[in-house]
Structure formats: structure tokens, C-alpha cells
Design a protein. Structure first.
Length: 122
């Protein structure tokens, strides 16, 4: 953990460590899966040698993104919210199409000894 200065002068802990979330063999190719990380749910998606990790709740009205349609092709990888059609980019969680206006959190991903590990992006 590292510490970040808070406006009131005290320091709060900010995670800079990797957290194991799932054995790599348990993440099927081309299929979204949600995993817990801290108090949040994260959507994982594996295609080829790439694994994407973003927050699992749409920022528009909270629908689960792991139930949405994922499209990977060309230079873009996205997930479409199953409720109202917002589209989020898998590499960084940014909004590609409204009605959502706020991005979902994105996570750095690595595989260590066959285990997928995540770390929140700063």
C-alpha cells in the first residue's frame, strides 16, 4: 500500500498491490465473467492472449455488464449494456456510446503462476 495525502492533512491508504482473483483456466475464451474485487464486481473478458477487466456495473443505471454483448474486432473491443445500450471500451472503461456519460473503472491485468491478478488503475 502507498499513502496519498488527503485534503485535511491526514494520509489515506491507496492500493498499489496486485490481487489474485481467478485461475486463468477458469476464464473461458470469448465469454464475460464477473469476479469480486474488494467491495466491487469486475467484469473479465479473455480473447486470445488479452484479458480485459472493467467495472461490472453500467454507470447509467447499474445494469450488469457481464450480461451484455461483447464485440472484439479491428482496433476496438467493447461491451454493450444489456439494459439501455450504453457501450464501454474494454481497454480503458471509457464511454463509446450513451446514454452513460461516465466511464466504468478499468483495471490492470497480469497472470502470475496461472492466476489472474488485478490492480485498480490510477
Amino acid at each position: 500500500m502507498c499513502a496519498a495525502a488527503h485534503r485535511s492533512g491526514y494520509r489515506r491508504a491507496v492500493s498499489d498491490t496486485w490481487t489474485p482473483v481467478l485461475p486463468l483456466e477458469d476464464l473461458a475464451e470469448n465469454r464475460a465473467r464477473k469476479v469480486p474485487l474488494g467491495g466491487a464486481m469486475v467484469m473479465l473478458y479473455r480473447t486470445g492472449d488479452r484479458i480485459f477487466a472493467i467495472g461490472n456495473r453500467c454507470t447509467h443505471q447499474g445494469a450488469p455488464l457481464d450480461r451484455g454483448v461483447v464485440r472484439v474486432g479491428g482496433s476496438e473491443a467493447t461491451v454493450t449494456c444489456p439494459a439501455h445500450g450504453s457501450v464501454f471500451r474494454l481497454p480503458d472503461g471509457s464511454v463509446a456510446r450513451s446514454p452513460a456519460t461516465e466511464p466504468v473503472p478499468a483495471y490492470d491485468v497480469r497472470v502470475t503462476d496461472g492466476t489472474i491478478e488485478l490492480k485498480p488503475r490510477s
